[in-house]
Design a protein around this ligand. Structure first.
Ligand code: FAD
Length: 317
């Protein structure tokens, strides 16, 4: 492909890691062609250097006040104009809350094909994506025309930074008008210090934690491992934690290197959000719990005994 455009994502002033993974995917698609990137919103130009070190030759920066917070209207307008201007053969976004929302809108407006939630790219290019709540994988390819893909975070490895590489920054004037919604305030409920959807290690609690206080041993283990804390819907429904922590079919989809499920039975809807984790450890006092069928390591026992023991052991390392 001659030119592949990555739409980078910045959250709370930080460049999201999935943007670097998208650059790696773009490098695979470009096969020696040009990789470019885009940053949307004020104060995002500072991230152009990192994008350059990861392979973007040009970084378009749409420094527009209406792009400071995500709104479907403003982002879709800006991205449509940007894609028309940059004229890439392919566009790559993260399969994040923003990517999932804006990619279909822009693809429809521009008449582009879209393959979403890509977890791997094979020669062709052939795009691999999970279907049936992660029970099977589908391989798809584009027959013709420009293409757009969203990639699932934590699946396509980001390349190494090359400090010798730099990007040319090109300001882009987006014309944004007739907004039907504006963001006045963002009230964010966070599950911890580490962003769940990009965490390398996740400690997840289910109804087995029995109360909001029951998450405390999980939080302590997470602190030691630098992990994020997630939950099953059972735990969220029982009001032990906030829904922002929910992992699964109707929650967040995660692919960490290590997923430790504590007091989670392993319902299919939960597995849909975590079964692609690289290593799964299950702690459950019921040896028949379905979670053990997907676990690489299983500990049959009471989480309130096992989790503090793990924390104590990891502290020694
Ligand atoms: P339970 O099934 O009650 O399991 C609790 C487990 O804890 C048991 O296995 C028990 O043996 C173990 N346990 C209890 N005490 C201890 C202890 N002291 N030590 C160790 N183990 C202990 N669920 C999701 O998680 N995410 C979703 O996105 C999701 N979406 C859904 C969408 C739909 C349309 C529907 C119908 C359901 C969805 N669900 C989802 C709900 C799902 O079906 C299950 O009800 C839910 O996952 C169960 O949560 P749980 O495993 O925490 O609870």
């Amino acid at each position: 492909m001659k030119k592949v455009l990555v739409i980078a994502e910045v959250r709370d002033g930080q460049l999201r890691n999935v943007s670097l993974e998208a650059l790696a995917a773009a490098g695979t698609l470009a096969e020696g062609g040009e990789v470019v990137a885009a940053l949307l919103g004020p104060d995002t130009a500072q991230h152009a250097a990192v994008l350059g070190q990861h392979g973007a030759g040009t970084v378009y920066v749409a420094d527009h006040a209406d792009l400071a917070q995500y709104t479907p209207d403003a982002y879709a307008q800006a991205l449509k104009q940007l894609i028309e201007f940059a004229n890439p053969d392919a566009v790559v976004l993260g399969h994040t809350a923003i990517g999932r929302d804006v990619a279909p809108r822009v693809a429809a407006r521009l008449g582009l094909g879209l393959i979403s939630d890509v977890t791997g790219i094979e020669a062709g290019p052939v795009f691999v994506r999970p279907i049936y709540a992660g029970k099977a994988f589908q391989k798809r390819r584009f027959e013709e025309g420009k293409l757009m893909i969203t990639i699932r975070p934590n699946n396509i490895a980001a390349g190494e930074a090359d400090a010798g590489k730099t990007a040319t920054v090109v300001p882009f004037e987006a014309e944004i008008k007739d907004l039907r919604s504006i963001v006045r305030e963002v009230v964010r409920k966070t599950s911890g210090k580490v962003d769940l959807s990009e965490a390398k290690v996740i400690i997840a609690g289910g109804r087995g934690v029995k109360s909001a206080e029951g998450f405390q041993p999980l939080n302590e283990l997470a602190d030691v491992l630098g992990a994020a804390v997630g939950a099953s819907r059972g735990a969220c429904d029982a009001d032990y934690c906030d829904y922002s922590m929910q992992i699964g079919q109707t929650g967040k989809v995660v692919t960490p290197d290590l997923y430790i499920a504590c007091g989670i039975s392993g319902a299919i809807q939960h597995l849909a959000g975590m079964s692609n984790s690289k290593v799964i450890v299950a702690i459950n006092k019921d040896p028949e719990a379905p979670i053990f069928q997907v676990a690489d390591y299983g500990i049959v026992g009471d989480l309130f005994e096992v989790v503090p023991l793990l924390t104590a052991e990891f502290k020694k390392v």
